[in-house]
Ligand binder design. Structure first.
Ligand SMILES: [Zn+2]
Ligand SMILES: [Zn+2]
Length: 354
């Protein structure tokens, strides 16, 4: 039933293949080449366009994945999360700030809306920005730091400082205060508990918990209502990523700030993402067990070209993984169609080598 539905919204795989073949033939004629790679379809090819093929029609974004709209004239949206704590978002990136008696603590400065952070703070208070906390070293979450002017105290994990020293990026000034395990930031009557739970997304990526507001900020781990960005949001340690999801689940937060997408998250969002990851792990494990390297491959090619053997084997594993997950998950997580191939490729690789 679902396959039928995809057929109506996507180029059938066969049509794509013949288009690619036609293009390759043309190239051969033009270049007079002696040989060139050509495309052929696998059995049971999913209708969801694989990596490198344009998706003709994207699956609709489910209602539960959407958030309040952003006023385009303003360019950001401010959301109160609790006593003096606010989220700023452009519905793609998220950062936070906390107001205390003597000033303001900003957590992350995505360059996407860096020019609006001071405006957003000024909607609430005239107090100066005294502290900046970096969740992790990635430029897309903190390279708006310079736009905040001179901030007296910048706090981050020691590993983040090491990575930033290496990057030498003037838009990401070095932290002035670092820690390795835990750090309690007490300012006036407000507090933020910073803690490190090991490598998952990136070494140095920390949990930022506001206990009075029951708000947890962890970046690039949970994507409320959405498929994680490709390859588990580029997790540097995939077993670590899976394990850290459980640690996020165990924290008694009411609101989760994940750093991306249009809304904050809840425990239900964390549970849904864990259920998806578990189904993905099972599907890839099953596909690896059921697939034989080299099966159906030309014997001469198999003997000469080990990369071809792996390419063909891994493709067939991933195709089964995608087919297994599509009926359950294609309508539950926004952007399933965009990243499912990436997730299956990352999963099968992690299961083979980690
Ligand atoms: Zn990141
Ligand atoms: Zn990110």
């Amino acid at each position: 039933m679902l396959t039928k539905q995809f057929e109506t919204v996507r180029h059938p795989a066969q049509a794509r293949t013949s288009l690619i073949s036609a293009a390759v033939s043309l190239l051969l004629i033009q270049a007079g080449a002696a040989g060139a790679a050509t495309a052929a379809s696998y059995d049971d090819m999913p209708e969801i366009a694989p990596i490198g093929v344009r998706i003709a029609h994207y699956l609709p974004v489910p209602q539960q994945a959407r958030g309040p709209t952003v006023d385009p004239a303003k360019g950001y949206r401010l959301e109160k999360l609790g006593n003096g704590l606010y989220m700023i978002t452009d519905n793609a990136y998220q950062s936070m700030f906390m107001v205390y008696e003597g000033g303001v603590v900003v957590v992350d400065a995505p360059p996407a809306f860096a020019s609006h952070i001071i405006e957003a703070v000024r909607e609430v208070t005239d107090k100066p920005i005294t502290h900046l906390v970096y969740s992790h070293s990635h430029a897309d979450h903190i390279a708006g730091a310079r736009a905040l002017g001179q901030v007296p105290t910048i706090i981050a994990h020691a590993e983040t400082r090491r990575l930033l020293s290496r990057a030498k990026d003037p838009n990401r000034p070095l932290p002035t205060v670092t820690f390795t395990d835990r750090y309690l930031l007490k300012v006036g009557t407000q507090k933020l508990e910073l803690s490190y739970h090991g490598d998952a997304h990136e070494p140095g990526n920390i949990f930022i918990y506001a206990p009075d507001q029951q708000t947890l900020m962890v970046i690039d781990m949970v994507f409320p209502g959405w498929m994680p960005w490709r390859r588990f949001a580029l997790a540097q340690d995939i077993p670590g990523y899976f394990a850290q999801m459980q640690e996020i689940r165990d924290i008694p937060f009411k609101t989760l700030v994940g750093g991306h997408v249009a809304r904050t998250g809840t425990h239900a969002d964390v549970d849904r993402q864990i259920a998806f990851l578990e189904d993905l792990r099972v599907a890839a494990t099953k596909a690896l067990g059921a697939t034989k390297p080299g099966a159906g491959l030309d014997a001469e090619v198999a003997a000469q070209n080990p990369w071809a053997v792996f390419d063909d084997y891994i493709d067939r594993v991933v195709i089964q993984c995608v087919n297994q997950l599509t009926p359950t998950w294609s309508r539950q997580l926004a952007a399933y169609d965009i990243y499912i191939w990436d997730q299956c490729y990352a999963m099968e690789q992690s299961l083979r080598i980690d």
